[in-house]
Write a protein that binds this ligand. Structure first.
Ligand code: N01
Length: 503
């Protein structure tokens, strides 16, 4: 437990929202650059972000461990090729403690509002802590609050009337007694397929409510051998080598994969084999066979999901849910299945980011209002026209379906640091991307997007917004992203001169 609660200043140079990979990485790099006047706020009680919040049984990363760490803080302690959640959380706690930045972290602190103050050339931010609001004036606002941080409960009739325990996968109720109980899981996404095999082992009966069958590939996970772990510890270059090899392996096929059905077909065959291996019943096999192109939704990996569904105490329910009663779930065919505990693994608010409702830009409109009209959009996924001195880590179209977000986050942090240095060198008061630069960036993105499996694959996914536009994923390689963000391109920005040096 790393909790510290810094005093809340009235003025600060940089205010960072969130203490996950994005916020923690930003704090460390600000500190390293000598920009020590920062405050990181997080509504939780520890660092870790999504890895702090998702503590459900079976929670693990589906990206190889070697990629899932900061490049500047390699982790020779990974126990296996795909790390379980407690290891990632412990890693982030260790990095935070060793980096010496925690004295500027304020936990249990939520951002209520942030409004651009033109006269001050700063963000007037209202944060809530210890039952009271505090105002902090910050020249730069960096949000690292994450695209998968706000759980989405399903809008199912009667859910509030359920008399047993009900909770979202990202807010696991560890006091819920599941042993021998009748448990239901709604959803079959990345979270659910990790939860189901664990619940199947302990529940008396388990009903899994599937709306859309996902593609599930085999999970090539294994514990690291003693000799590998020793190698990681003694030869830092070895870990780098693993990391680079995995990167290149992934990056070399991904752009083609998203565009070319001939490349998708062999992968689908592998996944169909995974079904055959895990399930013998032809009826169940048919139910779990996806009806859209692989990649259209996030590709899942598991060796235990299908065998769990095939177990005697498990039922895969594919009839649509009609309503929830105090005692169970009624499907559209009229069947009611009684249940003691209801686990809702229905995902997150992704294209309607809650933080966007709290940030008010130069023209007095919130980010949510601007995005509501035009769709979620930023320049280089990081800066937004109308919102000076605001930097979003993991902003629009920065997400990945295939590789490590940590690489993307580090690319953005480097861009932000370069921007801050440019601002200092030229004594700018504010920087804000030109509308034309932002539009050109997004036009290009969405032109590329039209040909990808995310648009043509025949599915509805959380990658798409209400207008059917993919505003969450990056459609090119991660290396291209890094190259495009390798320098703060001030020519794409409107700048103002600094009026006062008081903030
Ligand atoms: O959420 P999801 P998730 N009635 O949105 C169903 C990351 N992640 O928490 O497909 C019935 O993917 C919905 O059905 P459908 C990863 O990026 C990473 O599982 O929309 N069902 C779907 O099956 C991932 O993509 C790891 O038809 C309803 C499910 O609920 C992201 O988090 C691990 C419903 C939601 O799936 C989100 O994954 C876990 C309704 N009303 C998660 N509403 C790693 O390993 C929704 N569903 C790194």
């Amino acid at each position: 437990m790393t909790t510290t609660t810094a005093p809340l200043p009235t003025r600060v140079e940089h205010l960072v929202v969130g203490a996950g990979f994005a916020g923690l990485g930003t704090a460390i790099k600000l500190d390293e650059a000598g920009r020590r006047d920062f405050l990181v706020v997080d509504r939780g009680h520890d660092v870790g972000g999504t890895w702090r919040d998702n503590t459900y049984p079976g929670a693990a990363c589906d990206v190889p461990s070697q990629l899932y760490s900061f490049s500047f803080a390699p982790n020779p302690a990974w126990s296996r090729s795909f790390s379980p959640q407690p290891e990632i959380q412990a890693y982030l706690q260790r990095v935070a403690e060793r980096s010496g930045v925690l004295d500027r972290f304020s936990f249990a602190t939520s951002v209520e509002a942030a409004a651009w103050d033109e006269a001050e050339q700063a963000w007037r931010v209202t944060v809530h802590r210890d039952g009271a609001d505090h105002e902090v004036l910050a020249r730069f606002l960096v949000t690292g609050s994450g695209g998968l941080s706000e759980p989405k409960m399903p809008d199912i009739e009667g859910i509030d009337s359920f008399a047993g325990r009900v909770f979202h996968s990202a807010r696991w109720d560890h006091d819920a007694d599941l042993a021998g109980k009748r448990v239901a899981v709604i959803g079959t996404g990345a979270s659910a397929i990790q939860i189901v095999p664990e619940l199947q082992k302990v529940a008396g009966r388990l009903d899994v409510y599937q709306r859309t069958a996902p593609w599930v590939m085999p999970r090539h996970d294994r514990p690291y051998l003693g000799v590998e772990k020793l190698g990681f510890r003694l030869v830092p270059g070895l870990q780098k080598l693993y990391r680079t090899a995995i990167y290149w392996g992934r990056e070399s096929y991904v752009p083609g994969f998203t565009l070319d059905k001939r490349i998708i077909a062999p992968a689908q065959k592998l996944a169909l084999k995974n079904i055959e291996k895990g399930i013998t019943d032809p009826e169940l096999r048919a139910k779990v066979t996806p009806t859209f192109d692989m990649g259209c939704k996030r590709i899942l990996i598991s060796n235990t999901y299908y065998p769990a569904l095939a177990a005697d105490n498990c039922e895969l329910v594919t009839d649509r849910i009609a309503r929830i009663t105090p005692t169970g779930i009624v499907t559209e065919d009229g069947t009611e299945r009684e249940v003691d505990v209801l686990v809702v693994a229905t995902g997150f608010f992704t294209t309607d980011q809650p933080i966007a409702h709290h940030i008010t830009g130069r023209e007095g409109r919130t980010l949510a209002e601007v995005w509501d009209q035009r769709g979620m959009a930023a320049y280089k996924g990081t800066t937004i026209h109308g919102f000076p001195n605001l930097f979003q880590i993991v902003g629009p179209n920065v997400g990945l379906g295939h590789s490590s977000m940590v690489f993307m986050i580090e690319s953005q942090i480097a861009y932000v640091l370069d921007a801050l240095q440019t601002v200092d060198e030229h004594a700018y008061g504010s920087v804000e991307p030109k509308q034309s630069a932002q539009d050109a960036w997004n036009d290009d993105l969405h032109r590329r997007m039209r040909r990808t499996v995310w648009s043509t694959g025949g599915c509805a996914s959380w990658y798409l917004d209400a207008h059917g536009r993919n505003t969450t994923l990056w459609p090119r390689t991660t290396f291209t992203f890094r190259r495009l963000l390798s320098r703060f391109d001030v020519e794409a920005y409107d700048v103002t001169a600094r009026r006062s040096a008081t903030t």
